[in-house]
Design a protein around this ligand. Structure first.
Ligand code: GLY
Length: 313
């Protein structure tokens, strides 16, 4: 495939059964949200914004939408608290920033970006991350910015069933929790630079202090200009154990695969090794877009080589 001076962009809003998305109105709400974010990202790219700026902007917009499990829509842990994880990576030089188990931060992806650009570290967690946010001048968001009646009810259900549940759990029939999702954005700008961002509230009723794959470089997120950008969504423990985002990048680096081939190989690996549940979005260094998931559905969309936006479950 030849190099192109165009741009590509993909976003996702989580993977799972999504059995609750039965009516057109709910489906449209998701698809419109994804398309709106894609079109906003297009504007950033067409105005000369970098892949990094674009994924930060798109992830922030998704964090600001309560239908997604990130930012203000984050799920609650076993203590009824929000603990969010996020990471961002720049494919130009493999620089990366991540935060884990943070509360009261409206846009964890922006804090992750600050960790990348303003600290000498890659990841800050919990109280240390909050102190760093204060140092950077970020005003904490009040508790009621996060605690929606839906999320409280969702935790109640999880406790009732003594379960830890994925945002779009496959095993919960048509329960309400299935309508929420982890979010991610990946982009290739016209200069050929790749970037990736992933942000999440994690899984419902998770143990306090549990960290998933989203902020782990190589698991929930990865970007390398020589290979691809990846953002993952699903059961974090399985994505961490299979280091799925870096594995997909390695398929491209070592086997000269394109996005589609590497995604398929990655999903096969995820299933064979850990029976992983979830999905990925991938843009390769030539701007080819691909997605794969082992769940019934994944909410996602893309703009390939500057073309029309496409949105899908
Ligand atoms: N993939 C999100 C999480 O497991 O936290």
């Amino acid at each position: 495939m030849s190099q192109t001076a165009s741009y590509s962009l993909m976003v996702h809003g989580g993977a799972g059964a999504l059995d609750n998305v039965k009516d057109d109105k709910t489906a449209m709400r998701y698809l419109e949200a994804i398309r709106r974010v894609l079109e906003h990202g297009r504007e950033v790219l067409e105005l000369g914004g970098s892949a990094l700026q674009t994924v930060e902007t798109c992830a922030s917009l998704l964090e600001d939408d309560p239908i997604f499990n990130a930012g203000c829509g984050s799920v609650l842990n076993e203590k009824g608290k929000v603990e969010m994880d996020a990471a961002i990576m720049d494919g130009r030089d493999l620089s990366a920033g991540a935060v884990a188990a943070v509360g009261n931060i409206a846009n964890p992806i922006q804090l992750a970006r600050l960790v990348m650009s303003e600290s000498e570290h890659v990841m800050l967690i919990s109280e240390g991350a909050m102190r760093f946010a204060e140092h950077c001048g970020i005003t904490p968001a009040p508790d009621d910015y996060f605690y929606t009646p839906d999320r409280i009810e969702q935790l109640k259900q999880a406790r009732l069933h003594n379960k830890i549940m994925l945002d779009h759990d496959d095993t919960e029939g048509d329960s309400e929790d299935q309508k929420y999702g982890t979010i991610g954005a990946i982009a290739r700008d016209p200069l050929g630079n790749l970037a990736a961002a992933t942000s999440t509230g994690g899984i419902v009723n998770k143990r306090m202090g549990r960290v998933g794959d989203s902020p782990i470089i190589g698991a929930g997120v990865y970007a390398d200009n020589e290979t691809c950008a990846v953002s993952a969504t699903g059961y974090g423990e399985e994505f961490m154990r299979s280091v799925i985002s870096k594995t997909i990048s390695d398929f491209i680096y070592m086997k000269d695969m394109n996005a589609e081939e590497a995604t398929q190989a990655g999903m096969a690996y995820l299933t064979r090794k850990v029976n992983g549940r979830g999905g990925v979005i991938v843009i390769d260094h030539n701007g080819n877009c691909s997605s794969g998931f082992t769940t019934k559905k994944m909410i996602h969309g893309w703009i390939e080589q500057g073309g029309e936006s496409v949105v899908r479950f």
